[in-house]
Ligand binder design. Structure first.
Ligand code: F6P
Length: 323
C-alpha cells in the first residue's frame, strides 16, 4: 500500500485532529502518503482531497473540531454513491481508508469494505455511544467542558438559592449527563436509559436544601426531553423553588481536547494504520480499560445497545437520597 485516505464524518469531536495527526505520522513512518478527505463521505465522492504532511498536522493535536471538516451525507447509504466513492479513490491511487466518527461513519466504512475496498474505523463522538469500545474520542473533552460550564452556573445558582436544570448533549445516550452530573455533585441526573419521577427529583432537591445546600442542580440528557419542557413540568411539582433552565448545546462540543482524548486518539490513530497495512478491514479500533482493542464493524452495528455506566448513575442516586 502506497497511499491512504483519512476522513472525519458526523458531528465533530475534540480529539479528531489528534487522530488525524497520528494517522499521518504513522503513515509517514511506513513511507505511506496520507491524503485528507475534506467534508467526510461527501468529499470522498466529490474528490475533495488534500495531501497531509507533518506541516499540516503538527499543531492540530491541540485544536478542537476537525481540520478536515465534517458533513452529514445520508446519500452515502445508496450503493451507486458508494461505488462512485470507490471509483474516485481508485482513480486517485488511494488503496485504503481510515474513517473517524460515530456509528454512521462506520456504516459508510463497512459499505466500502463490502465493495472490496479496505476501510478501518476510529470511534469519535462526544456521545460515547458506540457499542463495544468503552471510550470514544471527544467524550472526555465534552464532559469536562460541561463540568466547567455547570460549575459556573452553580455560582450564580447558589447566590440566588435557585434550582438550575442544565441540558447536556449525548443524542440518545446518557453518558455526558452521568459523568458531568457526578463531577458537579448534581442532586439528580435524568437520562434516557432510566425511569424518572418528577416528585422524586423535587424531593431530592428539597432534602439537600434542608440539609444546608444553597442551590439545586439537575442534569438533563437531551435524549429525555428539551430543558424548557422539563422546567415547565418540574416547576409544577416544586412551586416553592425558583427554577431556571440552561441548554449547554454546542459549547460542550468545542474547545481544545483534553490530554486523555489526545492520548487515546493518538493510540487509535497509529493502530488503525498498522491494521490496514496488515490487510485488515471492516474493523474498528477502540479502548477497553486503558488498552487498545479491535472490534468487528458488523457485530458493532448489529449490536443494539451501548451501555452507560449504571454504577455511576446508581452512586449518584444513593448519594442524593437523603432524609
Ligand atoms: O453526535 C454529537 C451530537 O453533538 C449529539 O450530542 C447531538 O444530538 C447532535 O450531535 C447535534 O447535531 P448537530 O450539531 O448537527 O445539531
Amino acid at each position: 500500500m502506497r497511499r491512504l485516505a483519512v476522513l472525519t464524518s458526523g458531528g465533530d469531536a475534540p480529539g479528531m485532529n489528534a487522530a488525524i495527526r497520528a494517522v499521518v505520522e504513522e503513515g509517514l513512518h511506513h513511507n505511506i502518503e496520507v491524503i485528507g478527505v475534506q467534508q467526510g463521505y461527501k468529499g470522498l465522492v466529490e474528490g475533495n482531497f488534500r495531501p497531509l504532511g507533518i506541516n499540516s498536522v503538527s499543531q492540530a493535536i491541540r485544536r478542537g473540531g476537525t481540520i478536515l471538516y465534517s458533513a452529514r451525507f445520508p446519500e452515502f447509504s445508496q450503493l451507486s454513491v458508494q461505488e462512485k466513492a470507490v471509483q474516485v479513490m481508485e482513480e486517485n491511487g488511494i488503496e485504503g481508508l481510515i474513517a473517524i466518527g460515530g456509528d454512521g461513519t462506520f456504516r459508510g466504512a463497512l459499505a466500502l469494505t463490502k465493495l472490496g475496498f479496505p476501510a478501518v474505523g476510529i470511534p469519535a463522538t462526544i456521545d460515547n455511544d458506540i457499542p463495544g469500545t468503552e471510550y470514544t474520542i471527544g467524550f472526555d473533552s465534552a464532559f469536562s467542558a460541561a463540568t466547567t460550564a455547570i460549575d459556573m452556573i452553580s455560582d450564580t445558582a447558589a447566590s440566588h438559592n435557585r434550582t438550575f436544570v442544565v441540558e447536556v448533549m449525548g443524542h440518545n445516550a446518557g453518558d455526558i449527563a452521568i459523568w458531568a452530573g457526578v463531577a458537579v455533585g448534581a442532586d439528580a441526573i435524568i437520562i434516557p436509559e432510566e425511569e424518572y419521577f418528577m416528585g422524586d427529583i423535587a424531593r431530592r432537591v428539597r432534602t439537600s436544601r434542608k440539609h444546608g445546600k444553597d442551590h439545586g442542580l439537575i442534569i438533563l440528557a437531551e435524549g429525555v426531553m428539551g430543558v424548557e419542557d422539563f422546567v415547565a413540568a418540574y416547576s409544577e411539582e416544586a412551586p416553592e423553588q425558583d427554577v431556571r433552565g440552561v441548554n449547554l448545546s454546542h459549547i460542550q462540543r468545542g474547545g481544545s481536547p483534553t490530554g486523555r482524548d489526545r492520548v487515546f486518539a493518538t493510540l487509535m490513530g497509529a493502530k488503525s494504520v498498522d491494521l490496514i497495512l496488515h490487510g485488515q478491514s471492516g474493523i474498528y479500533v477502540g479502548i477497553i480499560g486503558e488498552e487498545l482493542a479491535v472490534f468487528d464493524m458488523i457485530d458493532t452495528l448489529a449490536s443494539s445497545k451501548h451501555k452507560v455506566r449504571d454504577d455511576l448513575f446508581e452512586l449518584n442516586q444513593a448519594l442524593t437520597d437523603r432524609y
